[in-house]
Design a protein around this ligand. Structure first.
Ligand code: AMP
Length: 192
């Protein structure tokens, strides 16, 4: 089974993807995590994306599609959870092609719906908590980058909601509830 988790930054995609991974032997594919790893390990690609990410803009389709292609060719376990990918229509089309090449299907696209005020609180809160705990804070978890990230979401990623709706693949879950409630709502979609 292959699932896309769709939603703005701070909607809870990463948290819910980890639950699905742990409980269903699935593989979480977070392009954000992959890009941060590349940046931290100082690869050429990491150097190219560092500024773009810190600003809150999207990196090129070519780069993220390349990262996903590599993973899809590897071990598939119980399937993939796409977390933060696709973020543009070009990425969505590329994903459809890559899955078809692998003989895989896209089974669910789950939109986590939340409002902007909650997102700002969550992300600024996440940064504050990390700071207090002496942990590293994401370079893009500040109000300025967050504005750019939200704009990128509405401009480039939110059209995917209409796209997957039109394809009959979209399910919408209220992302504002408690983590366990959201998890249960996602399970309902996945097990339907
Ligand atoms: P995330 O961890 O998903 O919030 O992603 C952090 C940052 O990585 C984003 O703000 C983008 O700069 C970059 N990024 C992650 N996934 C993608 C993607 N699918 N397409 C373009 N840029 C991405």
């Amino acid at each position: 089974m292959n699932i896309i988790l769709l939603g703005p930054p701070g909607a809870g995609k990463g948290t819910q993807a980890r639950f699905l991974c742990d409980e269903r032997d699935m593989i979480q594919l977070s392009t954000g995590d992959m890009l941060r790893e590349a940046k931290d390990s100082g690869t050429e690609m990491g150097k190219v994306v560092a500024d773009v990410m810190a600003r809150g803009d999207l990196v090129t389709d070519e780069i993220v599609i390349g990262l996903i292609r590599e993973k899809l060719e590897g071990d598939k376990k119980g399937g993939f959870i796409f977390d933060g990918f696709p973020r543009t229509l070009a990425q969505a089309d590329a994903l459809a092609e890559l899955l078809a090449e692998e003989g895989e299907t896209l089974d669910h696209v789950i939109e986590l719906q939340v409002n902007d005020d909650v997102l700002v609180q969550r992300i600024v809160g996440r940064a504050d908590e990390a700071r207090v705990a002496g942990q590293p804070v994401r370079a893009d978890d500040n109000e300025e980058s967050l504005k750019v990230r939200l704009m990128a979401y509405y401009k480039q990623t939110s059209p995917l909601i209409g796209y997957y709706h039109a394809k009959g693949q979209l399910a919408t879950v209220d992302g504002l509830g408690e983590i366990d409630e959201v998890k249960a709502d996602i399970a309902k979609v996945v097990d339907a």
